[in-house]
Design a protein. Structure first.
Length: 366
């Protein structure tokens, strides 16, 4: 049984790393701990640098405790399906599933894709999805891909490649498969690692909603290439189940399909889940092969940030700032100065003690 909330939880979560605000701490909490003036765009370090520190520290904390209090997308996690060992056929009153898988990470917030291989194709059992097939020929005209959310439309996201190069969210002059990869990275707002050597890009794309600059396309959609057809892009809605059919897709070029709900989950339906434990139980739909026949993309992470995680993150970032500072920090409680190294070591020691107590132990129950 998971804890839903605690009065001491860190709740001041308004993530904007460029403004020095993360999931686990903020620039204000850090400057308060150090008892120094607030960080601004003109301080050293500035807000952008503080945001980068916070992001790195959050990743270190997740690695240390083998869990996360942030929503993290885990892509294409493969599992085998062994029904013979379970002796699960047929389903009966006392046995309502034919097999199950244990995901690598618990605290599942959403199944983005739950794909089962049924002999000749992958069938997705989760979320609503749409597709775009990139054309073989290169266009010299403006190309706009529009993704909408809501009915009536609340947000519109436009992924553009304009002929005059004023906006170029993706390149389409290196072949259809490279174009498809570029579009996927643009929708996910990630650095195009596979194609940057061709395009010369040095940073990820940022795509926000028309008229709502704080709302990002990756907040609502997740895209991948079809593993069987690299010119086909599969776009999943991050809204729950059939809510994803309130999304829309259109494109100046290529062939598109509308968002269609794939999810039929529940104790009496295709599959059911134990999200906190990261278990998926298959009932009416399941793979037709045993090995590597289940492919899962999902969002996992605690739905709350406990006070100890907030404290550890704040202290580690503060220690990093001290390590690069050349001035001593005044400790108000004692009214005296403390040696920089001693202050740095104390903060890290206290943070590491917190994280040691938070390290996750996963029990796999068969």
């Amino acid at each position: 049984m998971g804890k839903v909330s605690s009065p001491s939880d860190f709740t001041n979560i308004d993530v904007d790393y460029a403004a020095g605000k993360g999931y686990y701490t903020t620039h204000t909490d850090i400057s308060n701990l150090l008892q120094i003036g607030v960080f601004t765009a003109n301080t050293t370090p500035n807000l952008i640098e503080i945001g980068k520190l916070i992001k790195r520290v959050e990743e270190k904390i997740d690695d240390s405790i083998k869990s996360s209090y942030r929503p993290i997308i885990y892509k294409d996690e493969f599992h085998s399906f062994d029904t013979m060992r379970l002796n699960s056929y047929p389903i009966s009153t006392y046995k309502d599933y034919v097999g199950f898988v244990q995901l690598s990470y618990p605290k599942v917030q959403k199944l983005v894709r739950l794909e089962v291989y049924q002999g000749d194709t992958w069938k997705d059992l989760a979320s609503a999805s749409a597709t775009l097939i990139v054309p073989d020929s290169t266009t010299t005209n403006d190309w706009t891909i529009s993704l909408t959310v809501g009915n009536p439309t609340t947000y519109t996201f436009e992924i553009k490649n304009l002929a005059n190069n004023t906006i170029r969210h993706f390149y389409d002059n290196f072949g259809p498969k490279t174009t498809a990869s570029q579009i996927v990275d643009a929708i996910n707002e990630v650095y195009p690692m596979k194609t940057a050597k061709f395009t010369g890009e040095t940073a990820k794309k940022t795509i926000t909603a028309n008229g709502a600059p704080s709302v990002h396309v990756s907040d609502f959609f997740y895209a991948t290439l079809d593993s069987e057809n690299k010119k086909r892009i599969v776009i999943s809605s991050l809204l729950e189940g059939e809510d994803g059919t309130y999304c829309g897709l259109s494109s100046t070029y290529g062939s598109v399909t509308s968002f269609t709900d794939n999810q039929n989950s529940g104790r009496q339906n295709d599959y059911w889940t134990m999200d906190d434990e990261g278990k998926i139980f298959f009932r009416q739909e399941y793979p037709h092969n045993h090995h590597h026949s289940i492919r899962v993309t999902y969002v996992a992470g605690e739905g709350r940030v406990p006070a100890p995680i907030h404290e550890a993150a704040t202290k580690i970032v503060a220690a990093e700032i001290i390590r690069h500072d050349d001035n001593s920090i005044l400790i108000a409680e004692t009214g005296s100065n403390i040696d920089l190294k001693a202050k740095h070591d104390i903060l890290l020691e206290e943070a590491n003690a917190i994280l040691k107590g938070k390290q996750n132990i996963v029990h796999f129950i068969l």
